[in-house]
Write a protein that binds this ligand. Structure first.
Ligand code: NDP
Length: 425
């Protein structure tokens, strides 16, 4: 047994460092972020679309509830649960758990996306008013927030039935508010149905591109055809979602699956935050159409292409290296040894900065905002928020890597001094 993992196993989960501002964050974030979602949707469709306007634009109470929204949301989640259970695609094993076992996961998210696409085309062909999603957005977000709270309560309660080795190391502090927020159980399952893995990439992520499509259809209703800006936003974000689902297996080695418990933070992020705030550019464009010259469009497409190239190449390089370090595409890269037996890449993409995948992601985020012009700050919300999220995430990851790899991580940091932006940060 290797010393570092032994140490991790022995470490009592009660003395782990608290994240996201501890108890204060655990109380404040579940109040503040749902309100932010409603504020942003409301602002994106107001004529001023000003995030700095006072009093802030919030939906009126009669706009909050529509029974149709609840039906749509529950049917949507049920559809994706069915697609998850389809015997399509391969089955992969996750990383080894603390009790030495490995869980099995169906890799069929991309199939789910394609089937959803065909179903939508069929429904639109039959005359389904997909553009009505624009009107339904606020009540849908309210329902997604309510479902996130209820689901997190269920997850918290059921986590007390789980054996201690099935709890996340950071989610079992004994403080109910914090544990509810950060997540106690690592891989809650109903039979073989993995609740966290299901929520990570399916209802919310696919929901995001469907909301985008709804905004495009609304634009067609209002103006006869979709604008170039709307087409770019839809295409870029569809590429991103399709890529995530095509490479679904890679999610099995991410922090969310390997390290974080399944609590309010991830549930709300997956089911409410991602679909309703990541689609802000599209909903902004419905009310604030933007003219886009071919030259500007070409520059934006190039920027998205560069970002995607860096993002995909660096993620694939690390995944390949972790799966099979002797593979010809990574075998020649320079690496350093660590006490855990795993090695760290110090050349190739991971020799450029310590998180090249975040760099690519951020360049894409900028390209998604630029089609919305420069008159408003709101469409840039995503890139600003995402920079904060990735800087924070990078910091969390560094702390975990330092715990895992000790001196070897310090050597890596000396060899590759920049975290995300070469020569800047
Ligand atoms: P990463 O894919 O960046 O993985 C970090 C892990 O990689 C580390 O914990 C370490 O794990 C390993 N690693 C770090 N440095 C090296 C190295 N030099 N050589 C080999 N292995 C190394 O984690 P994330 O889950 O944060 O990101 C995955 C992708 O998801 C990124 O592209 C990110 O941009 C994206 N993302 C998108 C979000 C969104 O909302 N759109 C939100 C969050 C992430 P170990 O050594 O144990 O293998």
């Amino acid at each position: 047994m290797r010393p570092n993992s032994q140490e991790l196993k022995r470490k009592s989960s009660h003395d782990t460092e608290r994240e996201f501002g501890g108890t204060l964050g655990a109380i404040g974030i579940p109040i503040f972020l749902p309100l932010t979602v409603l504020f942003l949707i409301s602002t994106s469709r107001s004529p001023e679309a000003s995030v700095l306007q006072w009093p802030p634009s919030l939906p009126s109470t009669d706009q909050l509830w529509d029974p149709l929204a609840l039906v749509v949301l529950l049917c949507w989640i049920a559809l994706h649960a069915l697609l998850y259970l389809m015997p399509l695609g391969k089955v992969s094993e996750g990383l080894v758990l603390r009790d030495g076992s490995r869980l099995k996961y169906p890799i069929n998210g991309f199939h789910g996306l394609c089937i959803t696409g065909v179903l939508l085309m069929f429904l639109v062909g039959l005359g389904a008013p997909l553009g009505y999603l624009f009107e339904l957005l606020v009540p849908l977000a309210v329902c997604a927030i309510a479902v996130s709270f209820l689901f997190s309560v269920y997850l918290y309660i059921r986590s007390f039935l789980a054996p201690s080795h099935a709890l996340a190391l950071g989610g079992n502090t004994g403080n109910p508010l914090y544990d509810f927020f950060i997540g106690r159980e690592l891989n809650p399952r109903i039979g073989n149905f993995d609740l966290k893995y299901f929520c990570e990439l399916r209802p919310g992520l696919i929901g995001w591109v469907v909301i985008n499509l709804g905004m495009l259809m609304k634009e067609v209703e209002l103006r006869g055809s979709p604008s170039l800006a709307m087409i770019l936003v839809n295409s870029f974000q569809l590429l991103y979602v399709a890529d995530a689902l095509w490479n679904e297996e890679a999610v099995l080695t991410t922090m969310d699956i390997v390290h974080d418990g399944f609590g309010f933070m991830l549930v709300f992020g997956d089911l409410a935050w991602v679909p309703f705030t990541y689609s802000l550019q599209a909903s902004f464009l419905v009310v604030h159409p933007q003219a886009l010259s071919s030259l500007r469009a070409a520059v934006i497409i190039t920027l998205n292409g560069i970002g995607y190239y860096i993002f995909r190449k660096s993620n694939s390089q690390k995944n390949q290296f972790r799966r099979d370090p002797s593979h010809p595409s990574v075998a020649r890269l320079e690496t350093i040894a660590t006490a855990t037996g795993k090695r760290l890449l110090v050349s190739g993409w991971w020799g450029l900065v310590r998180h090249p995948n975040y760099l690519g992601d951020l360049l894409m985020a900028l390209a998604w905002s630029l089609p919305c012009g420069f008159s408003h700050l709101l469409p840039y919300f995503y890139v600003i928020y995402f920079a904060v999220l990735l800087i924070h995430r990078e910091d969390r990851d560094e702390r975990q890597c330092r715990t895992k790899y000790g001196l070897a991580w310090d050597t890596y940091c000396r060899r590759v001094p920049y975290r995300i932006f070469p020569y800047l940060y």
